[in-house]
Design a protein around this ligand. Structure first.
Ligand code: NAD
Length: 434
């Protein structure tokens, strides 16, 4: 089967590479010429563990190709995945302009029956809208096509594993022919007994938003619990553990911190709320989730100030910049807000992240970057752990303390044991721990 994936970012590239690994012929398309040129020369546009190996292998074996030529890719493919971005607009709604552009191209270049699959996260109703756009863009000859929604649930940092062994695959559509083709495409996952949820397009689109909003709500919930823990002498680590062992709750997404970030939760919660408002549904929980998250970022800065005092003229060392470990993605990373706030108060910032420093340079100004945690600590007046990379868990804290100007450690991700860290002589603050 020949397929193409339009948009070769985090989702498109992983999707394309994994389907190629299943034995399908995949063309990955992007409008970014530099990205495609790089991919053709073995240069990965993103950091994602395991991705380079699988891309290189399938590219060499001829099953995975990269192009900017959308026309040929569409003409040669039975299945067309749309995996372009759907960022924020000012009113919180998803910006569907990239998706719409692709739909126009699909209509324009279609030459036979196609299955058009939205992998991008799009509000319910988008599938039908795209159908109308494609129909309108088809010129003299009308070629048949079917719309399918197949939202993606991969997590950056473990994207390959998530794609190859997903908790579930959601497929929305009504055409039997299209659904049979989708089943064929995902056959290797069927063999692994992966649960498939087959439903209509609108339901599939909604499952994605509801899932992300729920996970974001879980994070905001434990963050608010951590704020309460700090007032009542409770330890959020044990509260989360005690809650998470209840199978109805589960342990995941119960780690208190400086608030969620990344390319999905912030925009998807906003878009879900905007969708609810548009439909006269008062979605209080999603609204509160967003508000709690915005507040948590401010509280993280307040915690830094209350621990180190005024940062004016002081050197603050930031450990971790990416929105979470194992990715170089800086989109809506808490580090951005924290660094901007500290700089506004006169702090000098030094930072280290194992992979996100190049991306960080594009969005944060006036930061001194160093290559390891020990250079980070040298002469610093405070060290703030913003992203819980494993590298920071294994640091020699005694050495770190000796290198610092002031032994102030603000552990926003609860990486260290409070008691032993204090015993080393640190002035130590956590998120909701004793
Ligand atoms: P991204 O920004 O990394 O990649 C999007 C790519 O699309 C870019 O390379 C861009 O150049 C390309 N593009 C834009 N317009 C194009 C066009 N007309 N033709 C060809 N290429 C075009 O985005 P992403 O993180 O991969 O997200 C894509 C979608 O998947 C979004 O809707 C997102 O919400 C959703 N999603 C993302 C994740 C994630 O973890 N990143 C997980 C699940 C779902």
């Amino acid at each position: 089967m020949n397929i193409c994936v339009i948009g070769s970012g985090y989702v498109g590239l992983v999707t394309g590479a994994c389907f190629a690994d299943f034995g399908v012929n995949v063309t990955c398309v992007d409008i970014d010429e530099k990205k495609i040129e790089g991919l053709n020369n073995g240069i990965m546009p993103i950091y994602e563990p395991g991705l380079a190996t699988i891309v290189e292998k399938n590219h060499k074996q001829g099953r995975l190709t990269f192009t900017t030529n959308i026309e040929t890719a569409i003409k040669d493919s039975l299945v067309i995945f749309i995996a372009v971005g759907t960022p924020y607009t000012d009113n919180g709604k998803a910006d569907l302009s990239y998706v719409d552009e692709v739909a126009k191209d699909i209509g324009k270049y279609s030459n036979s029956y196609k299955v058009i699959v939205t992998k991008s996260t799009v509000p319910p109703g988008t599938g039908m809208r795209l159908k109308a756009i494609i129909n309108k863009a088809q010129q003299d000859t009308k070629h048949p096509f079917d719309m399918v929604s197949n939202p993606e649930f991969l997590r950056e940092g473990s994207a390959i594993e998530d794609f190859m062994r997903p908790n579930r695959v959601v497929v929305g559509g009504t055409s039997e022919q299209a659904l049979a083709i989708m089943k064929d495409l995902y056959r290797p996952l069927y063999l692994l007994d992966t649960p498939f949820v087959m439903t209509n397009v609108e339901t599939a689109e909604t499952i994605k938003y509801a899932s992300n909003a729920f996970l974001a709500m879980k994070i905001s919930f434990i963050n608010e619990v951590s704020n309460l823990c700090e007032k009542v002498g409770a330890d959020v680590y044990y509260v989360a553990r005690g809650m998470g062992l209840d199978k109805r709750i589960g342990p995941k997404f119960l780690h208190a911190g400086p608030g969620y970030g990344g390319s999905c939760f912030p925009k998807d919660t906003e878009a879900f709320l905007a969708l609810a408002e548009e439909n006269d549904v008062d979605f209080k929980l999603v609204r509160s989730t967003i508000e709690a998250n915005n507040k948590q970022r401010k509280l993280a800065v307040e915690k830094i100030l209350s621990t180190m005092g005024s940062p004016d003229g002081k050197l603050v060392a930031i450990a971790g910049l990416a929105f979470k470990p194992n990715t170089d993605d800086m989109r809506y990373a808490p580090s951005i807000d924290i660094i901007n706030a500290l700089q506004d108060m006169g702090a000098r910032i030094r930072a280290y992240d194992p992979v996100a420093m190049e991306e960080s340079k594009k969005v944060i100004r006036d930061v001194e970057y160093v290559d390891n945690a020990y250079d980070l600590a040298k002469g610093a007046d405070a060290l703030v752990v913003v992203t819980e990379w494993n590298q920071f868990r294994n640091m020699d804290l005694k050495k770190i303390k000796d290198l610092m100007n002031e032994p102030v450690l603000i552990d926003l991700r609860n990486v260290y044991a409070p008691e032993s860290t204090r015993e080393l002589g640190f002035k130590y603050a956590s998120t909701g721990r004793l």
